[in-house]
Design a protein around this ligand. Structure first.
Ligand code: GLU
Ligand code: MG
Length: 447
């Protein structure tokens, strides 16, 4: 669609309010609502936001050392007509995702969507097309009178009982997304307490990130209508399963459509490019964590032997590794399992694809696959014997790894990498200064 098509669509859909949205470095959807009278102006010219908005953490505190401050002006959020959806649960309202532009309509270098676009251009220049599918887990809660969160009991793993209990909500989510033109692949009851899993059909990488983000909004909004809080937080409770975001990546020859990752079968699961692509993802794995698992809570999920990876390894059909090859035939692809839903998916895909391409260029070695062992159960001696490293165990380690990774920082250059780190380190500092209830329980009476 072009801007004229979008205006016609707004008219046909009888839209009165258009939410013009972008995603900040925390992955939060930020928007202004625009009344019908201004549609033409905004669809052609965008909406003004302060650049300094990009220096904000999820607690709405601003990084004091950021390059964008009160005096550094604005960017324009320019609607992408291909990222438009009518919201079926709010009357006469639609949302559109934007590219960030400078005030003289050049691409703004702080734009996460634009950054992914640049990473994809590098593949396009080599006649490689990239498809992605994002698979998100979330769990349902209600709030108690004292403000705590209570997991909503919902059957066991993949049970009909679990689906049955929230069938109205799940069907509302699926029906809403299908009506919006977002093809749902599956929605099922997962194994964590009150946990569900949602996936949209694979598509080109930018559309995959867009569809994932809109699905998340729809899930949360409809859950509220059903009296539930849908949370994608990585590890809401220590004793319950975590919520992951698994990213399936495929590379195809843009001309012939041939699968560029596929090898010849189980004995030789990946092509030479595939092995290098996986090698690149392994080599840059610590730094990727800074983008993929960017909160303190993320590292409470990435525990050994939890089906969420804690080590750097790959394997075929193995849910205990960081990089799973789910299928060795024509649907051969690589599933990255360390990400969670606190990431910005545009930045995550940029990091993953840049690491993979570096692996192809540098002919990085993937090493041997682990098909039959959950490496999370390996002893330290076994890990050492097999040369398996841990992923970062905490956020500061991951952020330092990102800062020191020239390939990833170049992919996020010239400004996003640095500002992202400032926002995240500010969040980390808040956490470090906070006295957590656990500390009182642990130390107050024994000292
Ligand atoms: N919940 C697990 C995670 O945090 C993944 C479970 C699965 O394989 O679907 O990544
Ligand atoms: Mg799952």
């Amino acid at each position: 669609m072009n801007s004229q098509d979008l205006l016609k669509r707004l008219d046909d859909d009888r839209i009165e309010f258009l939410w013009v949205a972008y995603h900040d470095y925390n992955g939060r959807a930020c928007a202004k609502t625009i009344p019908k009278r201004n549609f033409a102006e905004v669809v052609e010219g965008g909406v003004v936001f302060a650049r300094a908005n990009l220096e904000f953490g999820v607690d709405d505190h601003m990084a004091a050392d950021g390059i964008w401050q009160a005096e550094t002006g604005d960017f324009l959020a320019l609607p992408d007509p291909d990222a438009y959806w009518k919201l079926p649960y709010i009357d006469n309202t639609a949302i559109v995702f934007c590219n960030m532009m400078t005030e003289d309509y050049r691409p703004f270098e702080g734009c996460p969507r634009g950054t992914l676009g640049r990473a994809l251009e590098k593949y396009a220049a080599r006649q490689i097309s990239v498809t992605a599918a994002l698979e998100a887990e979330f769990s349902l809660y209600t709030k108690t009178a004292d403000g705590d969160y209570l997991p909503s009991r919902a059957g066991g793993m993949f049970t009909v009982a679990g689906l049955n209990q929230f069938a109205d909500l799940m069907h509302d989510i699926v029906a809403a997304l299908e009506s919006m033109g977002v093809p749902v692949e599956q929605l099922g009851k997962e194994y964590g307490t009150s946990q569900f899993e949602f996936s949209t059909r694979y598509s080109d990488a930018l559309a995959a990130a867009d569809r994932y983000l809109i699905s998340k909004e729809v899930t949360r909004a409809l859950a509220r209508k059903h009296g539930q809080i849908a949370s994608h937080m990585p590890k809401p409770f220590a004793e319950h399963g975590g919520n992951g975001l698994h990213i399936h990546l495929s590379l195809f020859d843009a001309d012939s459509g041939a699968n560029l990752l596929a090898g010849t079968g189980l004995a030789d699961p990946l092509s030479e490019s595939g092995r290098h692509f996986v090698g690149g993802l392994m080599e840059h794995a610590p730094a990727i964590c800074g983008v993929a698992a960017p909160t303190v809570n993320s590292y409470k999920r990435l525990q050994p032997a939890s089906w969420a990876p804690a080590h750097i390894a790959w394997g075929v059909g193995n849910r205990g590794v960081l990089l799973r090859v789910p299928d060795v035939n024509q649907r051969c692809r690589v599933e990255y399992r360390a990400a969670d839903n606190t990431c910005n998916p545009y930045l995550l895909l940029t990091a993953l694809l840049s690491a993979g391409l570096d692996g192809i260029d540098a002919q990085a070695d993937s090493g041997a696959p682990f098909n039959d062992d959950d490496v999370g159960h390996f002893s330290d001696a076994q890990l050492q014997d097999h040369g398996i490293e841990y992923l970062p165990r905490t956020l500061p380690v991951a952020l330092d790894a990102l800062e020191n990774d020239a390939v990833l920082m170049a992919a996020l250059a010239p400004v996003i990498g640095g500002e992202f780190l400032k926002v995240k380190r500010m969040e980390l500092e808040t956490y470090n200064l906070h006295v957590h209830p656990w500390e009182r329980q642990m130390y107050l009476e024994v000292t």
